[in-house]
Design a protein around this ligand. Sequence first.
Ligand code: PMP
Length: 458
Amino acid sequence: MTHFSANSPHARDIASVLHPQTHAGRHQELGPTIMTGADGIFVRDDAGNVFLDAGAGLWCASLGYNSERLAKVAYDAMRTLGYYQIFRHASHGPAIDLSEKLLELAPVPMSKVLLQCSGSEANDTAVKLVWYYWHAQGKPEKRKIFSRRGSYHGSTCVTISLTAKPDYHAGFGLPFDGFLHTDCPNYYRDALPGETEEAFSQRLADTLEAQIMAEDPETVAAFWCDPVQGGAGALPPPRGYFQKIQAVLKKYDVLMVADEVICGFGRTGAMWGCETYGMQPDMISCAKALSAAMQPVSAVLLNERIYQAVVRQSDKYGAFIHGYTYAGHPVCTSVALETLRIYEEMDLIDHIKSVEPVFLRELGALTDHPLVGDFSGVGLIGGLELVRDKATKENWPGEVGLGARIDQHARANGLILRIVGNRIAFSPPLIITAEEVRELARRMRATLDAVYAEVSAL
Ligand code: PMP
C-alpha cells in the first residue's frame, strides 16, 4: 500500500497513469516525481526541489523548459489556423516553410521532407520508404535492415525491431523477422589489446560485410545508425567508423538511414551528427531539438533517389498511400520554425563549440574516480562508463543496484541523470553555460563519491 493521502496528486497519478519505461508495480509504492515548473535549464518538483536535468528530459529540451517566445508562436498559430492536414495536395505556410528550411540545413543534398510528430513515427515511416524504394526498383526481396546492438530507434512495433536491445523485445514477441543486428562500436569495451580505433572500426566493418554476405546482399535493404549512439549510453563512434561502414554499404547497394533524432540541431557541435562524422545518408530522421521539445514534431528528409521511387510508386498505386492526421501540424511546425530561428539568432553552433571544451574536460576529469572506467563525448553529448575494476573493466554485479544508487544520490545532489546500462549519458540543454557545466560536474562527483562510499562498504 502507498503512503500518499487519498486525494494527493501522487495517489491520483498511481490510480490513473500508466507510465512508459517504469516498473508498473513498483510505481504504486514509489509514486511519481511531479514536476511543477522550470527556470531555464533547471526543473522544480512539487516539494520545491530544483534539479539540473543532465539529459535535457529525454535528450530533447534544447532550450530549457519554458519559453515565452515559443508560447507566443504556438498561441498565434492556433488563432490563425490551429489545424489543417496536408493530405491530397492540401498544404499550409508553416509546413512549407519548415520543409524548405530543413532542406536548406540538410548536411547532404536532400529532395523532400516528410513531416510527422515523433522520432518513432519518423523512423517507422523511413522503414516503409526503404521497402517502397526497393519495390520500385523491382527488388522486393531486398528487405532486411541492419542496425547496431545497443541502438534505440523508437517504440512502435517496427522501430522497436530496429532497436537492438533484447530487453525491449522481451514479452512482446519481437523483433519482427528481417531486422538484423551488428556490432556496437564500443572501443573501450570491445577493442582487442593493442588494436587502434581505425583497426577496430575496420574489424566492425568487416563483420558487417560478412553478415551481409551471409544473408545475401540481394536481400539487404538498409543500415540504420544514429551518429552518436544514444541507446548505448551516448557512445560516439571510433575513428574512421562511418567511412569504413559506408564503403561496405556502397559495395552492396545498401541504403543508409541516419537517425538524427538525438544528434540533429547542434548536439555534436555541428548542425548534424552526419557533418561531424562525414556520413552521407539516403534519408535522415530528426525530432526532439527540432522544436526544442515544446511541440511534438519530427521529419524524414529523403534524397532524390528515394523521392523518384515515391513518384513511380504513386503512378503505380494512385498516390503515396501513407500519412498521419497530425503530419505537418501548423502549431507544431510553427514552433519548430521559430526554434530554428532562435538557434540562428543565438549562434547555437558557436555557443556549443565554446562550451564543448569545458564539457569534455570537466566530465572527462571524472575518469580519475574509482567508479569510472572511461569517458567519451563530442559537442554536448557524452557518456561515463562505470566499472568495478578499472584494470579488468569488470562491471558491478546486478545485485549491488549501482544504477538505482546513483539515481538516488544524484537526486539528493540536485541532479537528474540518464543511466543506460553501465553508462551515464549526458545531453544537457544546448543552452547550458560553461559555469552550469562545472556545476553539473561538481554534482556528478559528489554523487559518485556518495555512491562509492556506500558500495565499497558492502
Ligand atoms: N531515435 C533515437 C536515436 C532516439 O533517441 C529516440 C527517442 N529517445 C527515438 C528515435 C524515438 O523518438 P520518439 O520517442 O520521439 O518516438
